[in-house]
Design a protein around this ligand. Structure first.
Ligand SMILES: Cc1cc2nc3c(=O)[nH]c(=O)nc-3n(C[C@H](O)[C@H](O)[C@H](O)COP(=O)(O)OP(=O)(O)OC[C@H]3O[C@@H](n4cnc5c(N)ncnc54)[C@H](O)[C@@H]3O)c2cc1C
Length: 855
């Protein structure tokens, strides 16, 4: 017995001590001394056999070597670096620029396996300034009031002239432009909130306003433009006199945008009567938002200089320039029809367009820097416009679905009370909360100077995917009401628009498969980028020193993550440090656990698969899902704190984090299941899931709590849809639904009375209208109460109603005049010529047919 206790003691000293040192990342020297001291003590006082002691001392040798820097550098790091250089995956300049763009923020902490929560929790709460709030309450509210989706989408296929004028007058296009150029100079948070609000009302307006405030000429000029270019364009972009668009995509180059073949050749030419050195451009672009009405085109093309007129390079690579659309040879005006959503989108071509060199954004010295500019700006822009649009649509969906499913009754009760409908409702509410949190917290970080490249990809992908889920669920819980198109349908347009957000700014399958983890693994990993840069260092000796340092830090980090992943999984992370002792503390601990597990899995994936991980898209996609789940769950926790830790929001927080972390668990499990190196996968499973998959998805009871807060008026419901346009007015379904919901709550006691009277056999009708009459006659309710009930009943009927049309309304010809664009599309001379020649050909064909017939 005594020897067992002694054995246990020494086991605890070594195993417990080892885990303690690794778990807490005690530095190499201190750890080596501690282990050495324990070995000496064991050798002196333990009862181990000589053979066992020899084995232990031999196992200690690597630790000693790791402390001998010169020795390890020459004998270990130098050969390792040679192998590493051979293994390095080939990387194009465009890939390198994408990897190096932006900054590393909370994503880096999650990648570390030991997140420092203070970094997230200490970031300031994003708030609107008085001016920004006044804009939200004033022009933004007014613009929402002016938007009539049916009129815009069905009749006009465009916004009315007065809406365009209002947008320009109130400088909606100038949220990112500094005040001294006439812009609004709003924070990223305010920009996001404006887009959120507009999206809750109308997708066309939100897209039209979103694009100039995202990646486009203004943003490019602000960061890279020359002073002349800024002075020339920014004031007129701010006032709306210039309408911008940005043209990158072409028939050949979609997801692989860098493969574009649109080109510019440096040559001599005549410009305003003078011989100058300029660029002769040819392009064929498609899918370009605002192109049909644009006056200035941000153009991405490849620049060539075969005659070496500006330097000694033949080819400069992707370059961005600003081209006024009235330049000779430019064609804009034709429109695509993006899923019947009426924002302006179309192709543009340029045929032998000659422009001066100073049309390049940033001037001649920025020739070939176009791709770098774009990926740097995407690091910010991708986190704002599309995620906010998804959040805005979802806020409207949460608001409307909560009210509608309460007002709509089947089988005698509100459909929200059925668990099946409730499950969909909980998803709508929970997913909306996640989007709100991700948008607000990330925009707040951008306002603190971050350019969060990886989080922006996470937001782009996940908010638009969650938006699609919300749109699907909203369709389902509304039934036929959401299917019958017409002015009374407030759901279907958002549903139809969701694939647009999925496709633009990096289509989602690609973003998930290649970008989130692919970029994150290198960018956010504490050592991988350092190792990569060291290996590429032209000064070989300095490169070796840097590589040696990164390599041994990396080994220590991997050992630590193994210990952390195992200990945290074994203990359900119950003892891990968290920033707050609140009801949400367990969720912080869950994230701590998955952070270590993710870091461990990532390291082994990179170690065993190397460059092949790039091709194994599903493995990196699943790791990206784990990183994303942790990131989004962290923003939920931070958002909850930012909003004052309101107890009534707790069900939303719990539902959101549980859903996300359950997904993280399942994706990590699928990753291990599909990992090609089976022994490594089995070993990883022991460390990551020693107790199996113990994390569960939200319970039905938790889902019901979410449904309750969505279906009853109150602060939690209000906060969930805080930016949505819910003003009570005739044309606003969100306002009318809320009015009816409030009335339903007020009328509930009267309805109970009527129901009781029906049960008691005092009234006999089954139709509510008649029941009210009977209840009034039988003095069960007063005359005034009966009138209130009738009023409420009518309002509910109006909300449940759908549109119908006369058969002739379906002929498009009937609405041709109305369909004419309020702002006529600008047809270039070339387009006009094309149309005229097509007409000529058609006339000739008809004439020859007639001739044939006659003969
Ligand atoms: C409404 C709308 C507005 C737009 N506005 C603009 C604009 O203003 N300016 C502009 O320049 N462009 C714009 N675009 C273009 C948009 O950015 C592209 O549509 C997008 O990049 C995808 O290109 P693609 O449509 O050619 O799809 P493809 O590249 O053909 O992709 C098809 C599918 O394959 C997937 N895929 C491709 N490669 C991979 C891979 N390696 N791994 C996994 N999956 C992959 C994609 O994710 C996608 O699901 C707009 C597009 C739309 C629809």
């Amino acid at each position: 017995m005594f020897s067992f206790i002694v054995g246990l003691f020494w086991f605890l000293v070594f195993a417990g001590g080892g885990i303690y040192l690794a778990y807490n990342r005690i530095n190499l020297l201190a750890s080596s001394i501690a282990v050495g001291a324990a070995l000496v003590a064991y050798s002196l006082f333990g009862s181990a056999s000589a053979l066992w002691l020899i084995f232990l001392w031999l196992a200690y040798v690597p630790l000693i070597i790791a402390n001998l820097e010169d020795f390890r550098r020459e004998k270990i790091s130098r050969p390792a670096l040679a192998i590493y250089r051979k293994m390095l995956p080939s990387m194009s300049d465009t890939e390198r620029e994408a990897l190096e763009a932006g900054s590393v923020w909370w994503d880096g902490e999650l990648f570390s396996g030991m997140p420092d929560w203070d970094k997230l929790m200490s970031s300031p709460v994003p708030v609107l300034s008085d001016e920004e709030q006044a804009f939200m309450d004033g022009p933004c509210e007014e613009l929402c009031r002016m938007l009539d989706d049916w009129d815009i989408s069905h009749h006009r296929s465009d916004m009315p002239t007065e809406v365009w004028a209002f947008i320009k007058k109130h400088r909606f296009f100038a949220m990112i432009i500094p005040k001294h150029y006439g812009g609004l100079e709003f924070s990223a948070y305010a920009n996001a909130m404006v887009i959120t609000k507009l999206s809750s009302r109308n997708t066309t307006a939100a897209s039209t306003v979103g694009v100039p405030n995202s990646l486009g000429p203004a943003e490019l000029l602000l960061h890279y433009g020359t002073e002349e270019q800024k002075d020339r364009y920014l004031p007129s972009l701010a006032s709306g006199d210039e309408i911008p668009c940005f043209a990158l995509t072409s028939p050949h180059a979609g997801s692989d945008a860098a493969a574009l073949i649109d080109n510019g050749v440096v040559c001599k030419g005549t410009w305003q009567g003078k011989q100058i050195t300029g660029i002769l451009l040819n392009w064929d672009k498609r899918y370009i938002t605002l192109a049909p009405v644009a006056t200035v085109l941000g153009l991405a093309f490849k620049l060539y200089d075969p005659d070496h007129l500006i330097g000694d390079q033949d080819e400069y690579g992707i370059t961005a320039a600003l081209i006024p659309t009235d330049t000779e040879g430019v064609t804009v005006g034709r429109r695509h029809n993006p899923l019947n959503i009426a924002f302006q989108n179309g192709p543009t071509t340029g045929e032998n367009v000659f422009v001066p060199l100073d049309y390049i954004i940033g001037g001649q010295e920025m020739a070939g820097k176009g791709w770098k500019m774009l990926v740097e700006l995407l690091a910010v822009g991708r986190a704002i416009t599309l995620p906010s649009s998804a959040a805005g649509g979802s806020q409207a969906a949460s608001w409307s679905s909560g009210a509608y499913t309460t007002l709509r009754k089947q089988f005698g009760i509100s459909i929200a009370k059925f668990d099946g409908v409730g499950e969909a409702l909980a998803r709508i509410g929970g997913h909306t909360y996640i989007m709100n949190a991700a948008v607000a917290v990330t925009a707040g970080a951008i306002d603190q100077g971050e350019k969060p490249a990886v989080p922006s990809a996470i937001l782009k992908y996940h908010c638009t995917e969650l938006g699609r889920k919300v749109a699907n669920d909203t369709m389902d819980v509304h039934g036929g009401k959401a299917i019958m198109m017409g002015p009374k349908n407030y759901v279907a347009r958002g549903y139809m628009a969701t694939p647009i957000a999925i496709t633009v700014e990096g289509a989602n399958i690609l973003t998930r498969s290649l970008i989130i983890f692919g970029q994150g693994a290198i960018r956010c990993h504490p050592f991988v980028l350092r190792e990569l840069q060291a290996a590429q260092n032209e000064n070989k000796e300095r490169g070796l020193t840097e590589f040696d340092d990164a390599l041994f830090s990396h080994i220590g980090y991997a050992i630590s993550n193994t210990a952390r992943a195992f200990f945290l999984a074994l203990t359900h992370a119950k003892f891990s440090n968290v920033p707050l002792n609140t009801p949400t503390r367990r969720y912080y601990q869950n994230i701590n656990r998955y952070s270590a597990a993710f870091a461990l899995a990532s390291d082994f994936a990179m170690l065993t698969l190397g460059g092949k991980l790039k091709i194994k898209e599903l493995l990196s996609a699943r790791l990206g899902d784990v990183l994303s789940a942790m990131y989004l769950a962290s923003t939920v926790l931070k958002h909850f704190e930012n909003q004052g830790r309101r107890a009534s929001d707790l069900p939303l927080v719990e539902w959101s984090v549980r859903t996300l972390m359950y997904h993280a668990q399942e994706q990590l499990h699928s990753f291990l299941q599909n990992f090609p190196n089976r022994p490594i996968a089995m070993m990883l499973r022991i460390f990551i899931f020693p107790r199996g998959r113990t994390y569960s998805a939200p319970s039905d009871a938790l889902g019901r709590k979410v449904v309750d807060l969505m279906t009853s008026s109150g602060e939690a419901r209000d906060r969930l849809s805080q930016q949505a346009y819910t003003t009570l007015e005739p044309g606003n379904p969100l306002g009318l639904l809320q009015e009816a919901l409030l009335l339903s709550e007020a009328m509930a006691p009267l309805e109970n009375k009527v129901r009781q009277a029906q049960k008691d056999g005092v009234i006999h009708s089954t139709y509510l209208g008649q029941q009210i009459d009977e209840a009034e006659s039988a003095d069960i309710i007063s005359k005034a109460q009966a009138s209130q009930m009738r009023d409420y009943h009518q309002k509910v009927l109006d909300i449940l109603a759908v549109d119908d049309f006369a058969p002739e309304d379906f002929g498009r010809s009937g609405s041709v005049e109305k369909t004419a664009s309020a702002k006529p599309a600008k047809a270039s001379r070339k387009t006009k010529k094309k149309v005229a020649s097509k007409k000529k050909v058609a006339k000739k064909k008809v004439a020859s047919k007639k001739k044939k017939k006659a003969s």
